[in-house]
Unconditional design. Structure first.
Length: 642
């Protein structure tokens, strides 16, 4: 697990050293660079040593004949099997890790070898003979890869956006469509980032740059295989699923350094932790805790007792981190590492757990990320499934339900207050088409509330576009129906652009590798073929997954409602961050930025503080965007916190 960067088409001497420095937190165990001025190509690499800790696995790595040069970030979990295939073909591998296997496979089989990789990866391969550069990103988008074309014929890429801005005169202009999406979803859609002209390579895609033409071409090499094969009986699928999850977890335990696990107490992390503990001695786990009085307003389920009980039952050491950070000091630093204005308080908990793991010399952590997207675990799936009857109800009657929900208070400190928030949120989408209603449930704020706080300049830049447009276009292009259309959106956009992104950035900020067994390629390829009736039934989510877990986990964990990696952000905003809010949204700050309407922000704040409306996530997103803009727009981010 590492950081990579490079430039093609406009050679700049010494650029790789500076790009490596900008990403040095991703690779504390070494760095290297390759420069070819004659062909205007340079590659950089910073190393987090996980497999084969010797210099034999250092990068950039060169093929024996010198034709190919590789820089690579990730883990190939089936590298041992691929290695055994390559040796009889005449390849004499000098290292014991996966990097050389990747290089030999690409040099022998060409780019078709990528389809055989089961892992998490982002890499760049320079072919000196053909004078082509290939970038590739793993099928599920676990590892990030950004690129930009600062001028015609030039390609710039890196694991993190901040490293791109080492390049002289790369423009830093906001993408207002992306920023509107951040206000809604906490992330940007498809290949957008918050900076115009900086793109992410989509999961399961390659980008090929040709030195002869100076042009780049993006191609897909994999896509989710919904419904390609016939599925057998449900009970057989449960047994199959148990085996797939077990094998995926075992595969991802391969490491030459200690491995630990995130343990929230939810079913996903508990299942992975239990299987890992069966196959690895001395597994250490990490979780977060917070005082109960801090949870009166947010009122999310407390995971800690479940994590504690499971750790005790399994005889595991569980480290508990108090979720009482100095936000005013920590938050700007986390946004710097995120590269994008990801407005999710879960980032804070993720960072604190990774930081403690690194301090305890555990540089690899297993995560339960991906389970809710793959097995339909989010409440929005259940709401969509349970409200199929809405399409048979006249629009006028649906709007009556909507109007009823709008009168409920949105931010009261009680369980009843939390329930009224949920009712209000669900009913708010009753007058929308199914795809639009689903995206409204994906969003933390409505289009009406978002538009209300935008400045005339921001609205002008949007030119009438709404936050759901990119997602709607994506969903229409997939030629899927029903639940599969909704699930594909979450797997292709939400998961890589949000959950996986912040998990990667928060872990790599402190030199920790996060692995996601529930997104193992063999597992994903099979699960997306299951009928949705096996995933949602009898008012419950993740039905098949829960059944598979019953031989491993206690029913108290399996049957509990979904909680998620929470944080008392409403409490923080209402009480602890008053001074930060006043400073970042002062009339002078808002006027200088020019993106928001000061009076509207003041009104949104007052309505939330009075308990009438739950607009705290919108406030969190506004603060996140302002903190991000100060580091990525106002200043060159490669110089921040250095």
């Amino acid at each position: 697990m590492c950081g990579i960067g490079g430039l093609a088409g406009d050679f700049v001497p010494g650029l790789m050293t500076k790009m490596n420095e900008a990403q040095s937190h991703r690779g504390p165990d070494g760095q290297g660079s390759f420069e070819d001025p004659r062909n205007d190509v340079a590659l950089g690499h910073v190393r987090l040593a996980i497999l084969d800790l010797s210099d034999a696995a250092a990068q950039p790595m060169y093929s024996p004949d010198g034709r190919f040069v590789l820089v690579y970030n990730g883990e190939i979990y089936n590298f041992s099997e691929l290695r055994e295939e390559l040796i009889p073909l005449g390849h004499q591998l000098k290292s014991t890790g996966d990097t050389e296997v990747l290089l030999c496979g690409l040099s022998h089989f060409g780019l078709s070898f990528i389809r055989r990789l089961n892992g998490i990866f982002a890499f760049a391969l320079w072919d000196r003979k053909e004078r082509t550069l290939c970038l590739a990103r793993d099928q599920m988008g676990v590892k990030p890869l950004y690129y930009a074309e600062p001028k015609q014929g030039t390609l710039l890429f890196a694991s993190e956006i901040k490293a791109l801005f080492v390049y002289p005169n790369l423009k830093r202009e906001p993408d207002f469509d992306a920023l509107q999406q951040h206000l809604a979803y906490c992330h940007a859609s498809d290949q957008r980032t918050a900076i115009k002209g900086v793109h992410r390579l989509a999961p399961g895609h390659i980008l090929q740059w040709d030195a002869n033409s100076g042009k780049a071409q993006v191609k897909r090499f994999w896509q989710l295989p919904f419904g390609e094969y016939h599925i057998g009986k449900r009970n057989d699928a449960i047994e199959e699923l148990r085996d797939l999850i077990r094998q995926a977890t075992i595969r991802q335990l391969v490491s030459d350094v200690p491995v630990g696990a995130f343990l929230s107490g939810g079913v996903d992390s508990s299942y992975i932790t239990s299987l890992a503990a069966e196959n690895l001695e001395g597994l250490r786990c990490f979780t977060v805790k917070y005082p109960r009085p801090h949870n009166k307003l947010d009122n999310f389920a407390d995971d800690l007792p479940y994590a504690q009980k499971l750790a005790t039952d399994l005889g595991l050491e569980l480290s508990e981190i108090d979720l009482l950070p100095n936000l005013a000091e920590l938050w700007p630093k986390l946004i710097y590492h995120l590269d994008e204005p990801i407005a999710d308080p879960a980032c804070i908990a993720s960072f604190l757990m990774c930081k403690l793991a690194r301090e305890k010399s555990i540089p690899v952590l297993l995560s339960g990320q991906g389970g809710d997207e793959l097995f339909c675990g989010y409440p929005r799936y259940l709401v969509m499934h349970s409200t199929e009857w809405l399409k048979r109800i006249p629009l006028g009657l649906r709007r009556m339900f909507l109007n009823f929900g709008s009168y409920l208070p949105g931010a009261r400190e009680s369980k009843a207050g939390a329930m009224m928030r949920r009712i209000r949120r669900v009913s708010a989408g009753f007058d929308l088409k199914p795809e639009e209603r689903f995206l409204s449930y994906c969003a933390n704020s409505s289009q009406k509330d978002i538009s209300y706080i935008l400045s005339p300049e921001f609205k002008s830049a949007l030119n009438g576009s709404q936050f759901n447009q990119d997602c709607l276009l994506h969903m229409e292009s997939q030629e899927l129906d029903g639940l599969q259309k909704l699930q594909e959106r979450d797997l292709s956009i939400y998961l890589p652009n949000h959950n996986l992104l912040y998990t990667d950035k928060m872990s790599m900020a402190v030199g920790v590798e996060a692995r996601v067994p529930l997104l193992d390629l063999e597992l994903v390829n099979r699960v997306v073929q299951y009928p949705y009736e096996w995933l949602l039934a009898r008012g419950k989510t993740k039905v098949l997954f829960r059944e598979a877990a019953r031989t491993v986990l206690p029913k108290e964990i399996i049957d509990r409602p979904k909680a998620g990696l929470g944080a008392p952000y409403r409490k923080w905003l209402r009480y602890d961050l008053q001074e930060m809010w006043n400073e970042l949204t002062s009339e002078s700050s808002v006027r200088n930025r020019g993106w928001f309407d000061f009076k509207a922000l003041k009104d949104v704040r007052a309505r939330s503080q009075a308990g009438r409306d739950d607009l705290y996530m919108l406030q969190w997103a506004v603060l996140t965007i302002e903190l991000w803009a100060r580091q990525f727009i106002d200043r060159n981010p490669c110089q921040v916190f250095k």
